[in-house]
Write a protein that binds this ligand. Structure first.
Ligand code: SF4
Length: 339
C-alpha cells in the first residue's frame, strides 16, 4: 500500500476552497488533508465572545463586529441574539466604519471587536490611529487579534499530530513574509509551502509540498510569489509594531500560547475596552460535546463530531467551527455531500 502523506491546510480559506473548487476529488489517495487553526472566529475562546455579549447589553454601547462573529455562540448567547433583543450591535465591513460611527454618534460608546490574524490586523491598526488623530473619546477596542506562527509551533510540538508538511496561509504571509516559518523546517524537520487561493495555486502548492515531503527536504517555499516575499510587507509590519504588542493568548482547542495575541501597545491603552468597562475575560470551558478544539488541532474531521448536521448546522450553530464560512465544520456541511 502507498504511504499516505498527511498535510495540514492551516488557513480556513484553503479548507473551503479545496471543497468549493472540487479539488479534493482530484487528490491522489496518498494525500490526506487535515484542517488547521486558520479561522479567526473559530479559535476565539468562549470568554471573548461572552465579553462582547456582556458589553453589547450595556445601555448606550454599540459593539461593531464582522458578520461571522455575530453568530458565534458564547455561554451567554451570541451578538446576533443581543441585537434581536434590541442591544447595541452593528454589523460592519471595515474597522474604519466603527471610527466613523464614533465620530457621528458622540453620545454612544462604540466598541470595535478586533478579530483576525496578521492579514486584517493592519486595518484595525489604521482605525486606531485614525481614532487617535480625531481625538475620539467614545471609541474603544477589544482585541481578539491573533498571530499565526505561535499556534503552529504549539501544534507541531504535539507528538500525536504526525504531519508530513503544511500548506501555509497566503494572506497572513503577505504581511509577515516567509521568514517567521523557518522554525517549521529547522526545528521540526517539515516542509511548508505558502500558497495562494486560486485552484491552480492550491494544486501547485500541494504538488510542491508532496514533492518536498517525498524527497525528505524540509524547507519553506513560496508558491504565492505574486503577493508574498520573504520579508513581508514593511508598511503592514510597521503598523502592527506601532499599535499592538504580542501577549500570551488563549486559543480554542489549543489553550494558552505564549506571544500569540495582539494587545494594544501602551500608547493606545486609552482605547482599551477591558479597562473602560472594568471587565476581564476569564477562561471558560468549551461547549460540552463540541469537538471544535480537536478539529482545530487536526485530530478529528467534522463528520466525526456526534453533533455535526444534527444539533449543529450553519443555521443553528452549536460551536464556532460551524459559524464561519472559513470554519471546517461549515465547509464539510456545505460541500462534503457533493464529494
Ligand atoms: Fe462543534 Fe458543531 Fe463542529 Fe461539532 S459540528 S465540532 S458541535 S462546531
Amino acid at each position: 500500500m502507498a504511504r499516505v502523506y498527511r498535510f495540514m491546510e492551516v488557513c480556513g480559506t484553503h479548507t473551503v476552497n479545496f471543497f468549493r473548487f472540487g479539488l479534493r476529488k482530484l487528490l491522489p489517495p496518498e494525500v490526506e488533508l487535515v484542517s488547521g487553526p486558520g479561522c479567526p472566529v473559530c479559535v476565539m475562546p468562549p470568554e471573548e465572545v461572552d465579553f462582547l455579549v456582556e458589553v453589547a447589553r450595556k445601555p448606550g454601547v454599540v459593539v461593531c463586529a464582522f458578520g461571522d462573529l455575530l453568530k458565534v455562540p458564547g455561554s451567554k448567547g451570541s451578538l446576533r441574539e443581543v441585537r434581536a433583543q434590541g442591544g447595541g450591535v452593528r454589523l460592519i465591513y471595515s474597522p474604519m466604519e466603527a471610527v466613523h460611527l464614533a465620530a457621528s454618534e458622540p453620545e454612544k460608546k462604540i466598541v470595535l471587536a478586533g478579530v483576525g490574524f496578521e492579514t486584517t490586523a493592519p486595518a484595525h491598526a489604521v482605525a486606531l490611529l485614525e481614532a487617535r488623530k480625531r481625538r475620539l473619546r467614545n471609541f474603544f477596542f477589544f482585541s481578539a487579534l491573533r498571530i499565526m506562527p505561535p499556534p503552529l509551533r504549539a501544534l507541531l510540538s504535539d507528538p500525536e499530530l504526525a504531519l508530513d508538511g503544511l500548506l501555509l496561509p497566503g494572506h497572513v504571509s503577505a504581511v509577515i513574509g516567509s521568514r517567521p516559518y523557518t522554525f517549521i523546517a529547522e526545528e521540526f524537520g517539515l516542509p511548508g509551502v505558502i500558497t495562494g487561493f486560486e485552484p491552480r495555486d492550491m494544486l501547485e502548492g500541494l504538488a510542491r509540498l508532496l514533492e518536498l515531503a517525498r524527497s525528505g527536504r524540509p524547507t519553506i517555499e513560496i508558491q504565492y510569489r505574486r503577493v508574498v516575499t520573504p520579508e513581508g510587507n514593511p508598511w503592514g509590519k510597521r503598523l502592527l509594531k506601532e499599535v499592538f504588542r504580542p501577549v500570551d493568548g488563549r486559543w480554542r482547542g489549543l489553550g494558552l500560547i505564549p506571544g500569540s495575541k495582539l494587545a494594544l501597545a501602551p500608547d493606545f491603552e486609552e482605547f482599551s475596552a477591558e479597562k473602560t468597562f472594568s471587565l476581564e475575560p476569564k477562561p471558560l470551558p468549551e461547549p460540552p460535546g463540541c469537538a471544535c478544539g480537536k478539529i482545530l488541532r487536526g485530530q478529528k474531521r467534522p463528520p466525526e463530531c456526534p453533533l455535526f448536521g444534527k444539533r449543529c448546522t450553519p443555521e443553528t450553530p452549536y460551536g464556532p467551527c460551524m459559524v464561519s464560512s472559513e470554519g471546517a465544520c461549515a465547509a464539510y456541511f456545505r460541500f462534503a455531500e457533493s464529494e
